[in-house]
Design a protein around this ligand. Structure first.
Ligand code: ZN
Length: 481
């Protein structure tokens, strides 16, 4: 049982005044609590603890008490116990328990209390007398209460499947005693028509029901898959199940989802009031999204189409023929787009202009490439303090070159060299070659330390090649072994 399942069960079983849910900081009504649940909390697996200390919802894994169920002291009435064959007593709420007026009995707080019992059911005589005397206070119960209370306070019971013990219906363990409309999308729905049973998703069932393809009075069994089996979650006719589904209100997350989808495709007039209507919006959103992306991928042929224009076109087409995109939706959409929005089709001259602009951009990028590369290589250069000879300027530190490029003294084409005997080479090419082929700092450090171990004092030139340095390193390591 999940936390949201259990609170939903409470909300459907009790009136809102009958209980409050209290966490460490705050008390909530059941609906407030559900609204405030975070997605990860909703699916938390929980159990119910009930006893002298009160009723708690606890985490099924850690055993930690999460929420206390605080029962209203105004709850009172007859409790008909099905398990024990005793006569019904009249109970009032007292210290986390329902205590009988006669003082002989106590019941768990979550027991259903009735204002009346059927006329033919014999009730506890003492309770009846005291109730008749107008003794719906605590005074009368007080005498015997202490004993009962002390006895019951020592007992704490934990149920992990249901708050009312284990029950069976139609051969299945009862998980929910009646239909929960909001949960139907997650449930297994088995419909039996003419002795033949089929599992049908709720949306399909709703469509078939409204199309009169399925009898309204056909039997429906609702179950959930738990662990290795199925559990009972209510039953009814097709009409009753669809009604429950159509009445199920959206929760906070559904509303967020609706807002996101309607805002993105500018569907301000689209209203979703129940869970049953949500899949329709989701389907519309998915279709709009698919066509929007398809048109965007055809940028050579079409100018940019807004999301708003996309949804408008889809809705318009739906109105004239709801089946228009059952097959080849993308092709059909593009055809309609051409027909209704010829201004969005690129003309031959526009295509040419676009191609020309593209070429220009590429060319510009190509021209800027040496500058970008030079800057990047200067940033990544391993020896920032290394001196380089620049033609007509003289010796300059690597780290000062960026400034010289900025002030226009140097450019990627400026000839440079590392040794006075070397050929002049363009700065851009020089840096590219160095970064690609010369020894890394890590290699130089390793070679230095190996040479020291072997008592070698030769200088290592900074411009030694990557493969040359690794040969020397391997040779020294081999010598050490
Ligand atoms: Zn009684």
């Amino acid at each position: 049982m999940t936390l949201s399942d259990y609170v939903t069960y409470l909300a459907q079983t009790y009136q809102s005044w009958e209980l409050l849910l209290s966490s460490k900081e705050k008390s909530f009504t059941m609906s407030e609590f559900l609204e405030n649940l975070r997605p990860e909390e909703r699916e938390r697996s929980v159990g119910i603890e009930t006893g002298g200390e009160g009723d708690f919802i606890y985490d099924a894994q850690s055993g930690e008490r999460l929420v206390q169920v605080i029962w209203s002291s105004a709850r009172r009435g007859w409790v008909v116990k099905q398990i024990r064959n005793s006569k019904p007593h009249y109970y009032v709420t007292k210290n986390h328990l329902l205590v009988s007026l006669c003082g002989y009995d106590a019941a768990p707080c979550d027991s259903q209390v009735l204002a009346d019992v059927p006329l033919n059911v014999p009730v506890c005589k003492k309770c009846y007398e005291r109730l008749e005397q107008g003794a719906v206070g605590t005074q009368c119960a007080q005498e015997r209460l202490n004993i009962t209370e002390v006895l019951l306070r020592g007992i704490t019971t934990r149920f992990s499947s249901s708050s009312s013990g284990q029950q069976f219906k139609r051969g299945l363990l009862v998980y929910e005693t009646r239909l929960v409309g909001a949960k139907l999308a997650e449930r297994n729905i088995t419909v039996t028509v003419d002795g033949e049973s089929r599992k049908i998703p709720i949306d399909v069932l709703r469509r078939d029901y409204h199309a009169a393809k399925i009898p309204a009075d056909a039997d429906v069994l609702v179950t959930a898959t738990r662990g290795d089996g199925e559990v009972y979650c209510g039953q009814g006719t097709v009409a009753a199940v669809i009604e429950a589904w159509e009445k199920a209100p959206l929760d906070a997350f559904d509303r967020q989802d609706v807002k996101r989808m309607t805002t993105e495709f500018k569907l301000p007039d689209y209203h979703v009031d129940s869970k049953a209507e949500l899949p329709e919006l989701k389907r519309l959103y998915d279709r709009c999204n698919r066509y929007y992306r398809y048109v965007a991928s055809q940028a050579e042929e079409f100018k940019r189409v807004t999301k708003e224009a996309t949804s408008k076109l889809v809705l318009g087409l739906d109105q004239s023929d709801p089946m228009w995109d059952v097959t080849n939706g993308e092709t059909r959409f593009v055809e309609e787009l051409c027909r209704q929005h010829s201004e969005l089709i690129r003309t031959e001259s526009e295509k040419k202009a676009r191609a020309k602009r593209w070429d220009e951009q590429q060319l510009e990028l190509e021209q800027r490439r040496p500058l970008i590369e030079t800057r990047n290589n200067l940033t990544n250069f391993p020896h920032k303090d290394m001196l380089l000879e620049v033609r007509n300027i003289g010796m300059i530190r690597i780290r000062d070159i960026k400034g010289k490029i900025r002030d226009g003294t140097m450019c990627p084409k400026t000839p440079v060299r590392y040794r006075s005997a070397d050929e002049w080479v363009e700065l851009c090419k020089f840096l590219n070659d160095w970064v690609r082929w010369k020894a890394t700092v890590r290699q130089l450090e390793l070679l230095t330390s190996l040479q020291r171990q072997h008592g070698i004092t030769d200088d290592i030139p900074l411009d030694i090649g990557r493969s040359a340095v690794s040969k020397r390193i391997s040779a020294l390591i081999a010598r050490r072994e």
